[in-house]
Design a binder for this molecule. Structure first.
Ligand code: 5CU
Length: 375
């Protein structure tokens, strides 16, 4: 029988047990809320909207079971969904909330833990590391350099706030420089969403729908656009950025963003080049520097991603353990199959050549980009 082509999941999270113990020790967001009824799973309170004291504790945030923290559960999930290899990352909100002096030791602990999970599961698990972003830049750079001694770490996951002022902050320059010189892929991932006032007074009736479906993608779109506008990709043309959720709304809005730059009277012109705004155009940066995951749940989204960055730069992901089935005991996750179908629909179409791009998106692109040995 012909061997199935490898499937690589590049968007898949874990809260290692040590991180959960950190959350359990806290009383403000983010924290883990143990319920009085010990037969019920603890609640994960990570979004500001999760921490609603008007709700009973068992309705706040979301229940978290072992799938959030256990590598054995991750491996079972991979087997059930024919995933050959996963590139795991710490889930949001990472280490953003720690006091500056605590960040480095937690980053070292978590990153060593991720490396050890990978070493114990050769060919199955690789990882994106986390950075101690609340610490002084020198400590962050030290951790980036240390990551090169951990062979299974293939990049870093990064939220949208950077050092606290967003990703257009000039104070990030030495960090971008270090990531570029160490050839570490940056996985840009949302957490903070949009101000909850935008969701209106009835937001609580809609659970997590508005923050996750609209807040997350807009947050990522704004963060990346600020990076581009501030010239990060002019100064660091070798940076490689993988943007979560197929780039938020970037593929759809790229034309409008570009047009607004062209029409902005007050936009500073670069002295030497007479370029309006960033020297490298948005389309060039999208083609040269940007990778998009395929976590968008529709063929339309996949087609837009491919059109903007190219079929070699779209990579399959699941967002596991988020979006589990609602029925208890269901082994096959609808969220995974929706994304698999979207890749097939968005890439294959019908007729000659159908299927070639799907194989790249499902695994080939990640293997080549990250130099993975899978199996
Ligand atoms: O469902 C969610 O809240 C999330 C989350 O927090 N992080 C993520 O990566 N996906 C979904």
């Amino acid at each position: 029988m012909p061997k199935e082509p490898p499937v690589v999941d590049i968007h898949t999270h874990i809260y290692p047990p040590t991180y959960l113990s950190l959350l359990r020790s806290r009383k403000t967001v983010p924290y883990l809320l143990d319920l009085a009824d010990k037969t019920l799973p603890p609640r994960l309170i990570i979004l500001p909207s999760d921490d609603d004291p008007s709700l009973p504790p068992e309705s706040r945030g979301r229940p978290i079971d072992v799938s959030y923290s256990s590598i054995e559960e991750k491996l079972k999930f991979m087997t059930n969904h024919h995933i050959t290899t996963s590139v795991i990352s710490l889930a949001n909100p990472w280490l953003d909330f720690l006091p500056p002096e605590e960040g480095p030791k937690w980053a070292t602990t978590i990153n060593n833990e991720l490396e050890s999970l990978s070493t114990c599961n050769p060919g199955k698990i690789y990882a994106f590391a986390t950075l101690p972003l609340s610490a002084p830049p020198q400590a962050i750079i030290q951790e980036i350099s240390r990551l090169k001694t951990l062979p299974h770490i293939k990049g870093i996951i990064l939220g949208t706030t950077g050092l606290g002022s967003g990703l257009d902050d000039p104070a990030l320059n030495p960090i971008w420089s270090s990531l570029q010189s160490h050839s570490l892929l940056i996985f840009l991932h949302p957490h903070y969403g949009l101000p909850s006032s935008l969701y209106g007074p009835r937001a609580h009736e809609y659970g997590h729908v508005l923050p996750l479906s609209l807040g997350f993608p807009m947050e990522t779109t704004i963060a990346f656009t600020r990076m581009w506008l501030s010239g990060v990709f002019d100064r660091y043309p070798g940076l490689k950025l993988l943007i979560a959720h197929s780039g938020g709304t970037i593929p759809f809005l790229a034309g409008r963003i570009d047009s607004c730059v062209q029409h902005e009277r007050h936009f500073p012109e670069d002295q030497g080049t007479k370029t309006r705004g960033p020297i490298r155009s948005l389309d060039t940066v999208l083609k040269d520097n940007i990778y998009l995951d395929a976590v968008i749940y529709s063929g339309t989204g996949i087609r837009a991603a491919i059109e903007k960055v190219g079929v070699e730069k779209v990579l399959f992901g699941t967002d596991h353990p988020f979006f589990p089935p609602l029925e208890e005991g269901e082994k096959k996750w609808k969220s995974v199959f929706t994304n698999l179908d979207a890749v097939t629909e968005g890439q294959d179409g019908e007729g000659a050549g159908a299927g070639a791009g799907a194989g790249k998106i499902l695994g080939g692109n990640a293997i080549e980009l990250l130099g993975l040995e899978v199996g």
